[in-house]
Design a protein around this ligand. Structure first.
Ligand code: ZN
Length: 153
């Protein structure tokens, strides 16, 4: 495993659409292992492949229950609303108030090509939307709004 360099700020790779994964091979497993190690090293709750310069539809998320690997993720359902502060390893030192759905159901392949469904809310849901946006070349900054007056971090 290896820690990869996290691309930041106006690096063009962060603004491109990723291609679907078609080969579930040793190279994919290595990519996912490196992404998990890089995310943990940076104390992040999620990381998407373009953040390490790879334009493939792969993301990893760990909100404290262990790493979840999402290959070719598709959001099946979303509901509710949550507002909260959000940051991104590609924009160090920055954060902003972002409203996201509070619940998500997502399906994704793992490194072996097996299809799984995950359901979650709160931080897990926020991370899923944040990371799947990355795969479409979208960063959270476009969603930042003024927090409501009564909002406390
Ligand atoms: Zn991010």
């Amino acid at each position: 495993m290896a820690i990869r360099i996290i691309r930041t700020n106006d690096d063009p790779v962060l603004y491109k659409t990723c291609k679907e994964v078609r080969k579930f091979d040793a190279r994919l497993a290595q990519l996912i292992d490196d992404m998990i190690e890089t995310m943990n090293d940076a104390d992040g709750v999620g990381l998407a492949a373009p953040q390490i310069g790879v334009l493939r539809r792969v993301a990893v998320i760990d909100v404290g229950d262990g790493p979840v690997e999402l290959v070719n993720p598709v959001i099946l359902e979303s509901s509710g609303e949550q507002g909260g502060m959000e940051g991104c390893l590609s924009f160090p030192g920055e954060s902003g108030y972002v409203v996201r759905p509070n619940r998500v159901k997502v399906e994704a392949y793992d490194r072996h090509g097996d299809l799984y469904e995950y359901e979650g809310e709160g931080l897990f849901a926020r991370a899923v939307f944040h990371e799947t946006d990355h795969l479409d070349g979208k960063v959270y900054l476009r969603l930042v709004t003024e927090p409501p007056k009564d909002f406390k971090e």
